[in-house]
Design a protein around this ligand. Structure first.
Ligand code: ATP
Ligand code: MG
Length: 245
């Protein structure tokens, strides 16, 4: 069976005044694919990500989600089409408990009954292992727990496309492993795009990888192919590991 393309970005350009942050990026994502976006600081990963989520409107190019253009849509309209986004900006209400945060997000799907909202929250608590923390105020959580609750808030409406910007940022080694497991499991129900610097995390989760450099796509393929690519190693891995030419 031919894989179904659910995300198709064509010739995406994003300029901020004189800065071209994304310079003609195209990619197709298959249903249930897990794609990592890598590249050095300033490569354009987050900008491209924000074009997918509707936070930014590309200067040029087109983005189709399930065959429909997102041109002219506000970010909440993209979200209502089933796109869940975790940016690096915190999305929790600090004064509310973990349960309340998940509840509010699960309830944002207007068609759900109270029982369905409850069932969704209970399922997430189970899936993410949040049992011991349900009544903790979000503001009192340790960073690692908080990241998992933030993931829960993104997942509560059951998005078919999940966009995560640096979900492993600031996590301990054990927490990175746990996050990797959770993110891999998402592909059972969703297509997932992850922007990440942590290469051990990328190697652990990625099926396919796109490497950005100066707003352009430098390489695209399986994790093994892209991580072994000479150019990718030069611009990214080399720098990251302090290898200078
Ligand atoms: N709102 C903005 N206004 C002006 N320039 C911007 C804006 N957002 C991003 N840029 C510029 O666009 C380029 C790409 O930035 P972007 O944040 O997409 O990079 P990135 O690959 O996500 O980097 P990092 O790994 O550091 O998060 C950078 O030169 C950045 O300074
Ligand atoms: Mg970024």
């Amino acid at each position: 069976m031919t894989p179904v393309t659910v995300v198709e970005a064509t010739g995406v350009v994003m300029r901020f005044g004189g800065v071209t942050a994304v310079d003609g990026a195209s990619m197709k994502l298959r249903r249930h694919e897990l794609r990592c976006l890598i590249g050095p600081n300033g490569a354009g990963k987050s900008t491209f990500f924000k074009c997918l989520s509707g936070q930014l409107t590309p200067t040029e190019g087109e983005i189709l989600l399930n065959g429909e253009s997102t041109a002219g849509l506000q970010v909440h309209e993209v979200s209502r089409r089933g796109v869940g986004v975790k940016t690096q900006v915190p999305n929790l209400m600090n004064g509310l408990s973990v349960h309340e945060n998940l509840w509010l997000s699960a309830r944002s799907v207007g068609t759900r009954t109270r029982a369905e909202v409850s069932a969704r929250v209970d399922a997430l608590i189970e899936q993410l292992g949040l049992g011991p923390h349900v009544w903790t105020p979000a503001g009192a959580l340790a960073h690692g727990q908080r990241q998992i609750v933030e993931l829960g808030v993104v997942l509560a409406p059951d998005p078919w496309l999940v966009l995560l910007d640096e979900p492993a940022g600031g996590l301990t080694r054990d927490e990175v492993d746990r996050m990797a497991e959770l993110v891999k499991d998402l592909t059972a129900t969703a297509t997932v795009v992850v922007v990440e610097h942590d290469m051990s995390f990328v190697s652990a989760i990625a099926q396919t990888v796109t490497a950005f450099h100066q707003g352009k796509i430098l390489a695209q393929g399986t994790a093994a192919e892209v991580l072994a690519d000479e150019q990718v190693r030069d611009v990214y891995l080399g720098k990251q590991h302090g290898v200078h030419k």
